[in-house]
Design a protein around this ligand. Structure first.
Ligand SMILES: [Zn+2]
Length: 105
């Protein structure tokens, strides 16, 4: 995972009900859906364990891709995962299909 999260619908800001910008952890506080204004106001930042920007997309596909990448990382180590990324790029379907062919997914 990274600094983005795919969702079917962008949720509302927990503070003001405007369109949320990110799911972020308020420093020394809880996680919340925050609009741009509140994200900045609370001094939030992006990254694993801190905050992810909402993006409309196919969450199922992203979850499968993440699972496949995690599986590859576990099997091959980090350098293996990097090689896979170099080979397949964004072709996660192709990667998953090959993983299935190898009986790894
Ligand atoms: Zn807000």
């Amino acid at each position: 995972m990274s600094d983005r999260v795919l969702v079917e619908h962008i949720p509302s800001c927990d503070m003001c009900k405007r369109k949320a910008y990110a799911d972020a952890r308020i420093p020394d506080g809880p996680w919340a859906n925050l609009c741009n204004t509140h994200f900045t106001m609370y001094g939030c930042s992006l990254g694993t364990g801190r905050g992810q920007v909402f993006e409309v997309g196919n969450a199922d596909f992203q979850a499968r891709a993440d699972d496949a990448e995690e599986g590859a990382s576990a099997l091959l180590g980090k350098s293996g995962a990097a090689e896979i990324r170099a080979l397949y790029g964004d072709d996660t379907d192709g990667f998953i299909a090959d993983m299935e062919d190898f009986g790894l997914a």
